[in-house]
Write a protein that binds this ligand. Structure first.
Ligand code: ADP
Ligand code: ADP
Length: 225
């Protein structure tokens, strides 16, 4: 089974056809890029996969689970690091992670271990008792990745993970997500930076006006100009 299998996906907001017959297959284990101008439908596509937005047509499956009729199974396979942060601000970040793990049925002792582990992996373990609000912008990014990883997802979706971050953090994030992919996690990454896609992705889909207009390796895309 593919990690993501989407056929003729449609989403209409009022008069706006945000997705207009989008079809795409993301193979299991791949590092897949999603490129396209603002308004192309990238966020809508992601939001349908994670059950935040209801499609108006077509078919969407994650590891063979329908994102609507098998919502729980599909959602549990996905870790999402969204562009916009919306996090419990009143609790230490470690507790936010433990709470999320608990919500996904992970026992308390294991939740604690996993929280420590992901905070170490993203490099903010020493901030574990700090509230989200008090983190720097870069640390917030790191935390959002930790939050996506706490459930050990088979599919990690990263929406513009390096937009506006400094060089050091970009390198750290690239290294981390490449390691995750090497260990078998399927990655779907949206980006505005073609160089980022070229460096990281096996395959890239170009979205425009709610459709896939091209799928190719980054090298092929660069050659086409
Ligand atoms: P991208 O992430 O590629 O920038 P989006 O999925 O955010 O694209 O948007 C696709 C289209 O859908 C745009 O025209 C956008 O204005 C519209 N859109 C997105 N969300 C909504 C919404 N909640 N209500 C109305 N229109 C929306
Ligand atoms: P999902 O619940 O599908 O994993 P999110 O990651 O957006 O999607 O939501 C998980 C987080 O949202 C949890 O950390 C939890 O704090 C909060 N949450 C959502 N719904 C509930 C609920 N019914 N009861 C308690 N917490 C909830």
């Amino acid at each position: 089974t593919a990690a993501i299998d989407v056929t003729d996906l449609r989403k209409q907001y009022g008069n706006v056809q945000a997705l207009d017959g989008l079809s795409l297959t993301v193979p299991e284990g791949s590092f897949f890029g999603l490129l396209g101008p603002n308004g192309a439908g990238k966020t809508t596509f992601i939001n349908i996969l994670v059950g935040l937005v209801r499609k108006t047509g077509g078919d969407a499956q994650v590891f063979g689970y329908d994102v609507e009729t098998d919502y729980r199974e599909a959602r549990d396979a996905i870790g999402l690091a969204p562009q916009e942060f919306n996090v419990d601000r009143f609790f230490p970040i470690k507790e936010v992670l433990e709470h999320k793990a608990g919500y996904h049925g992970i026992p308390t002792a294991e939740a604690r271990e996993r929280a420590d582990d992901v905070l170490k992996r993203v490099g903010i373990y020493e901030k574990r008792d700090t509230r989200f609000d008090w983190l720097s912008g870069g640390m917030k990014r790191r935390f959002m990745l930790a939050r996506a990883l706490i459930t050990e997802p088979d599919l990690l979706i990263l929406d513009e993970p390096t937009a506006g971050v400094d060089v050091q953090l970009r390198r750290d994030l690239w290294k981390l997500i490449t390691e995750l992919n090497d260990n078998g996690t399927t990655i779907l990454l949206t980006t505005h930076y073609i160089e980022e896609a070229e460096r990281l992705c096996d395959e890239v889909a170009i979205l425009d006006s709610g459709r896939v207009v091209d799928v190719a390796s980054p090298e092929e895309l660069m050659d086409r100009g």
